[in-house]
Design a protein around this ligand. Structure first.
Ligand SMILES: [Fe+2]
Length: 286
């Protein structure tokens, strides 16, 4: 457990208050060198997690990679951890909070964020942690994620290219609806003209970046093996927005042209009510 007097994260509380889940910003942390990120400990975690929580593939992919054509390496998950320096690979260990040691670390970090975040975006929920292992120079294709994320760089370096999550010229309403639908597709189509609108965050050990929900991004790893820890959560606002998009996806599938969230409070309220009612009845996911 964390010594309550020691901080794991270096956070500017004014920046956190003003920019949380609105725009990306840098943070610092004290987790590099933590024993939970040593290779043997990660191997033990890899063995303990259920198969569906360990995803890995070849690291030599394109920025605009079609996920159905993502190449495999032929290695097992454990071989991937052991040989990540020489075999071009990308791996994510998902929901690491299933292990109590990682859960304690995740919760200790998020508790530091929560001291500020509840005042601006209440309802911290679904606290989930992900550990990414990537070979030197591997690429994570252009995509977005459903969580409010703080990515902490533990070892090696990464260049994160982030885009404005409100820019509908990069991700359209229909793509956002699909993303929140029952059959989401994680990767996004990338066009070279997007490059002029990127914000680049270069991260080394001890650095981190806040990634607001559904911020489009792609990632390039530097010359060494990269280990990153993603500490994530949802809020009342992010859950509500996801529910409205899920309803919009269902409405568009029935031939309608739904209004994006935020334009009509009354309709948003009704959609979110219906989404939650459907979820209670097992009709909608989430
Ligand atoms: Fe991501």
């Amino acid at each position: 457990m964390n010594d309550r007097n020691a901080h794991l994260l270096e956070l500017d509380s004014g920046l956190l208050r003003g920019s949380l889940d609105r725009e990306p910003f840098r943070i610092g942390h004290q987790l590099s060198g933590h024993p939970l990120f040593a290779t043997e400990r990660l191997l033990a975690l890899c063995r303990a997690l259920p198969e569906e929580c360990v995803e890995y593939n070849a690291g030599s992919v394109e920025v605009g990679q079609d996920p159905s054509l993502t190449p495999r390496t032929g290695l097992s998950a454990e071989e991937t951890v052991r040989r990540i320096a020489e075999e071009q690979s990308w791996m994510v260990l998902k929901y690491v909070e299933r292990d109590p040691h990682y859960r304690d670390l995740l919760y200790d970090c998020l508790d530091e964020i929560r001291t500020v975040s509840e005042a601006v975006s209440p309802g911290m929920d679904r606290r989930e942690g992900f550990i990414f292992l990537s070979s030197p120079r591997s690429i994570t294709p252009f995509h977005m994620d459903p969580e409010i994320n703080f990515l902490l760089q533990i070892a090696g370096s990464k260049k994160m290219r982030l885009f404005d999550n409100a820019d509908r010229g990069i991700v359209s309403e229909e793509e956002l609806e699909r993303f929140h639908s029952e059959h989401p597709q994680r990767n996004l189509p990338y066009r070279d003209e997007f490059a002029a609108r990127e914000r680049v965050f270069e991260l080394g050990p001890g650095d981190g970046v806040h990634v607001p929900v559904t911020t489009p991004h792609w990632v390039e790893v530097g010359d060494e093996v990269s280990v990153s820890f993603s500490i994530t959560f949802r809020s009342d606002v992010s859950e509500r927005r996801a529910g409205i998009y899920a309803m919009n996806a269902a409405l568009r599938a029935r031939g309608l042209r739904p209004r994006p969230p935020g334009l009509s409070p009354r309709r948003d309220e009704l959609k979110y009510f219906l989404f939650r009612a459907g979820r209670r009845l097992g009709l909608t996911g989430g």
